[in-house]
Design a protein around this ligand. Sequence first.
Ligand SMILES: Nc1ncnc2c1ncn2[C@@H]1O[C@H](COP(=O)(O)OP(=O)(O)OP(=O)(O)O)[C@@H](O)[C@H]1O
Ligand SMILES: [Mg+2]
Length: 266
Amino acid sequence: MTNSKTVVIAVANHKGGCGKTTTVVNLSAELAKCGLSVLIIDLDPQANASLHIGKKHPSEIAVTCAELLLSEVEKLPLAIHSDTNIEGVSLIYGSLALGKTEDELKDFAPRPSEELREKIKPLHGIYDVILIDCPPSLKLLTSNALAAATHLIVPVESGSQYGMYGVTDLLKLVDKIRRINPNLELIGALLVRHDERQTVCKLIEASAKEQIGKLIDIRIPTSTKVNQSAIAQMSLHALDRTAKVSREYRHLAELLIKQLNLKIEK
Ligand SMILES: Nc1ncnc2c1ncn2[C@@H]1O[C@H](COP(=O)(O)OP(=O)(O)OP(=O)(O)O)[C@@H](O)[C@H]1O
Ligand SMILES: [Mg+2]
């Protein structure tokens, strides 16, 4: 049995390399381990989440997010791949073509920011959680993710002095999208590569709290296991479930299950 309510979480921050894809992949794996049915929507032309968890290369996929966004809703079943490298996690692939999709949406779609929301409407009630991996930009693809989402997580690279650079622009876009998606709820900023002993991390933590307003009470540490798991195309859980970074993603999943009242299938 699935939840009648599907939680759609956009993981967004236009700052590149702040941990969006790592969070989407490993949070999905931990939610699935808890018995939830999970779908990842890879909205990034770089398709890193697809390269990580997909059984095929994105170039071999007939209906990726790019085709889905520009097609009729009938293409939806062809876009969903339930056989992935992470058990219990399905995938709508991203692809390089998403770069062009943005221009085409702008020129041809009646409501350019609302195409994803329309296309995934039939999935409400089918999955417990849908996670959207956003590209490092604030253009139409991210607008589509925010318009389709019920919730938002903003990963912030804690170990970098530039970690908060540009966040106000993201918050402005969120405000704008709330005009078409008034119920979009900010779960909070997620500090990634955090080390509480480092001054820079303390500064970023304070600044994220002040500017974003909500901090998720989980800190993701730096770990070489993150790269290892991507190279091995497995989740951190499968690579080494006892590593601290794996434990923190597990705690994040448990926190969301509690906070969002997600029902676990028996
Ligand atoms: N906690 C971590 N410890 C060590 N390395 C990490 C951690 N999180 C992410 N990384 C590494 O940092 C790089 C960027 O991470 P990731 O791809 O998740 O960021 P992103 O925000 O999705 O990037 P992009 O904006 O390009 O989509 C990757 O090489 C990843 O393996
Ligand atoms: Mg990414």
